[in-house]
Design a protein around this ligand. Structure first.
Ligand code: H2U
Ligand code: ZN
Length: 341
């Protein structure tokens, strides 16, 4: 594929969404001068008596978090969607369209240890998270009215995480949300599997690869919007976590640990991000076009404190970036991965 137009303003097509991103590489003529430091040691305790996610503690709503020893799932005490929302008649009075939306929101603690992050957990512990995600996708997706299950993690205050305890969320709902609608349409429109073909092109090119193992590849997508955005892809076609083989589940755990440790070393801080897994809709239809993948959207641009803002052009026209995806991949690739704590 090669890197086209590497020195001039250009736009790139996001094959998954059909949207363009503007790239302005000439604005980053200065060489990379950012220091690469070891992550600042986290001073969090292994157990925090005031943390609502630590084993045995009372949550805000009064419920008690169990004394768990690996992963722990509970219904979100402040759920954005509710399972018993009555299917009200759509209020589509002309231009004003609204419809009731049923859903189930859960919180998943990755570890009983308050002081860990995915990158600090060993592959075996992350594999337990992968298994919990698989189980949740299967269980929630099997509910007849659930059409979509989103698994995600907000990490760091910058991304709105309410608590540093390692945890993620799961939102299951009645209809496909916007991103799933766009990605479904683009994958369906492609002749063959879009992401199998895309991964083959990226492996042949190599310029945007960050880390890989026998089962999974992490790369900065050609159309990345966030400076250090990455896409995590299984090498073999699978639409969802239950479709992964045992070695592939281990491979996913391995790549998640290694990728997040690279992130943590980039600016020497626990790297903030929102990450999520996009999987086959559970709407009862056949979706051979869907290829499981993970998106990492980190907000940081140049240091632990300089973030990318989505303002101006981004809000009013479309996403724009300066540092090229190739440069970002190179920076992430050159870091050592370190090891879990
Ligand atoms: P975030 O850190 O990504 O915001 O996720 C934490 C979720 O935990 C959030 O959705 C829920 C919040 O509603 N929560 C509980 O369910 N119980 C609590 O006691 C506090 C927070
Ligand atoms: Zn905790």
């Amino acid at each position: 594929m090669g890197t086209p137009l590497s020195g001039i303003p250009h736009r790139r097509l996001n094959r998954l969404t059909g949207e363009y991103v503007l790239v302005s590489p000439h604005r980053t003529a200065r060489p990379w001068q950012g220091q690469v430091e070891d992550p600042v040691p986290d001073s969090r305790p292994a157990y925090d008596p005031d943390c609502y996610l630590c084993p045995g503690n009372t949550r805000a709503g009064g419920a008690r978090t169990a004394r768990y020893s690996s992963t722990y799932v509970f219904d979100n005490d402040f759920a954005a969607l509710l399972p018993d929302t009555a299917p009200a008649a759509p209020a589509s009075g002309g231009l004003l369209v609204a419809e009731a939306e049923r859903g189930i929101c859960r919180v998943l603690c990755f570890s009983p240890r308050h002081d860990l992050t995915l990158g600090g957990m060993g592959t075996r512990e992350i594999r337990q998270v992968v298994d919990a995600w698989t189980q949740q996708y299967t269980e929630l997706g099997a509910i007849p009215w659930v059409a979509h299950v989103l698994i995600f993690e907000n990490r760091g205050a910058m991304m709105g995480a309410s608590n540093p305890h390692p945890h993620g969320q799961i939102w299951a709902e009645e209809r496909l949300p916007n991103e799933a609608v766009k990605e479904s349409a683009r994958q369906r429109a492609h002749d063959g599997c879009l992401l199998c073909d895309y991964l083959a092109a990226e492996l042949a090119d190599g310029e945007r690869l960050v880390a890989s193992n026998d089962e999974f590849v992490a790369l900065v997508p050609f159309w990345a919007v966030w400076p250090f955005e990455t896409l995590v892809l299984p090498r073999s076609h699978a639409g969802s976590l239950p479709g992964l083989t045992e070695p592939a589940r281990d491979g996913l755990a391995d790549i998640l640990g290694r990728l997040t440790r690279r992130y943590d070393r980039l600016f020497g801080v626990t790297f903030p991000y929102s990450m999520g897994l996009h999987q086959t809709p559970t709407d009862g239809a056949e979706h051979p076009e869907w290829h499981l993948h993970g998106h990492f959207y980190p907000p940081l641009l140049r240091s632990a404190t300089i973030r990318k803002f989505m303002v101006g052009y981004e809000l009013l026209a479309g996403p724009q970036r300066d540092i090229t995806p190739e440069k970002a991949a190179e920076q992430l690739r050159e870091l050592s991965e370190g090891s879990p704590r």
